[in-house]
Design a protein around this ligand. Structure first.
Ligand SMILES: [Zn+2]
Length: 111
């Protein structure tokens, strides 16, 4: 079961905690939105739209949009994706991750 938690003691707001270790120092690296027709991918390098790929086939199969948020954690090299998928009137949450201590992730955007 995927369980996402927040800590409401970070600057007076609810900060999403790392799903792997609970650390509040989490960074958003990418956002991807797949429909049955296209995939919108946003990273630090910009916005891309793909018109074919496995994400589109999967969205067609479940007949609903799929949103993936890529993240990395400052503690322990945790990198992963939080996936929201819609089908049959429900939004389902899934999470996958790996440890990559060699490469720090990038930020989607920051000034
Ligand atoms: Zn972590």
């Amino acid at each position: 079961m995927t369980k996402l938690e927040v800590n409401d003691e970070v600057a007076g707001e609810d900060a999403l905690l790392c799903p792997d270790c609970g650390d509040p120092y989490l960074h958003i690296e990418s956002v991807q939105v797949a429909t049955g027709e296209q995939v919108l991918v946003v990273t630090k390098d910009g916005v891309n739209i793909k018109t074919h790929g496995p994400e589109i086939d999967y969205a067609k199969n479940v007949r609903g949009a799929i949103i993936e948020i890529g993240y990395w954690c400052e503690n322990g090299g945790h990198r992963g994706k939080i996936k929201l998928s819609f089908r049959k009137g429900n939004v389902f949450v899934d999470h996958s991750s790996r440890v990559d201590e060699e490469n720090q992730g990038s930020d989607l955007w920051r000034d």
